[in-house]
Design a binder for this molecule. Structure first.
Ligand code: FPP
Length: 234
């Protein structure tokens, strides 16, 4: 069984999971968070080296104040708890996204602390995308590059490898990208890194996507013929 090096996950369907049960959307996010804690350990224990998750997009700030507050609180309390558990398992935690307004200051402090505390961990990486937008990531990297070219610290030509170092985090390409809840789109998630990813779109809502579902995703991944634009030789 081939194990993908980098798995990325769009945690979708928390709201619908709750609504279908007559519960509040907040309850759906809580269930999603609980599931994430179990699932991420399982995925990293399988030998996946990098696990990226879309926790909150820049556009998500456009939801109702009530829902944004619930999510920010869940993320604030959750990141601390979750990071502590993963740190004990030698996992390094990094964040991708704009580390500034409208993210609350307390969250930014926690993000910096968690990154610092786990920076020497070596077993794997959890990349949490927070206040994230993939097009913005490419624009931000371009601005940094141009600045360094202008002040002479970086010389042209820029290669793909160099560009990759200017993104929020320097990560390997995504091998397997999963989005739950039967939505078949990227919504700005890791556009650069997803260039050759295999996509998998299960119908399950995220709170119901369990370890056995990840095993099915892995089986499906193993059936895919990844040619990277080349022709398979007999
Ligand atoms: C998408 O479901 C989910 C989110 C916008 C939030 C996901 C975040 C978490 C599960 C918490 C992560 C916590 C930490 C600590 C990293 P949706 O609300 O869009 O669902 P819907 O499409 O059914 O409405």
């Amino acid at each position: 069984m081939k194990i993908p090096k980098h798995v990325a996950f769009i945690l979708d369907g928390n709201g619908r999971w709750a609504q279908e049960r007559g519960l509040s959307r907040s309850k759906g996010h809580e269930e999603g968070y609980k599931n994430l804690r179990t699932l991420s350990k399982y995925i990293l224990n399988k030998g996946v080296k990098v696990f990226s998750i879309y926790a909150f997009s820049t556009e998500n700030f456009g939801r109702s104040k009530e829902e944004v507050d619930v999510l920010m609180n869940l993320i604030l309390v959750g990141v601390k708890k979750y990071a502590k558990e993963l740190a004990e398992e030698n996992i390094k935690i990094v964040f991708s996204g704009i580390r500034g307004y409208p993210l609350p200051k307390e969250i930014i402090t926690v993000m910096d602390e968690v990154e610092e505390k786990t920076s020497n961990n070596t077993r794997g990486i959890l990349n949490i995308c927070l206040n994230y937008d993939g097009q913005q990531e490419i624009v931000d990297a371009s601005n940094k590059l141009v600045e360094e070219v202008n002040n002479g610290t970086l010389k042209l030509p820029i290669t793909k490898d160099i560009f990759n170092k200017y993104l929020y985090q320097e990560l390997p390409p995504i091998d397997l990208l999963i989005r739950t809840s039967a939505e078949n789109r990227l919504s700005g998630f890791m556009l650069w890194q997803a260039s050759y990813a295999e996509f998998y779109f299960p119908k399950t809502y995220f709170p119901d996507f369990k370890e056995k579902d990840f095993d099915i995703a892995l089986e499906e991944y193993n059936k895919r013929d990844r040619r990277f634009g080349k022709i398979k030789e007999d």
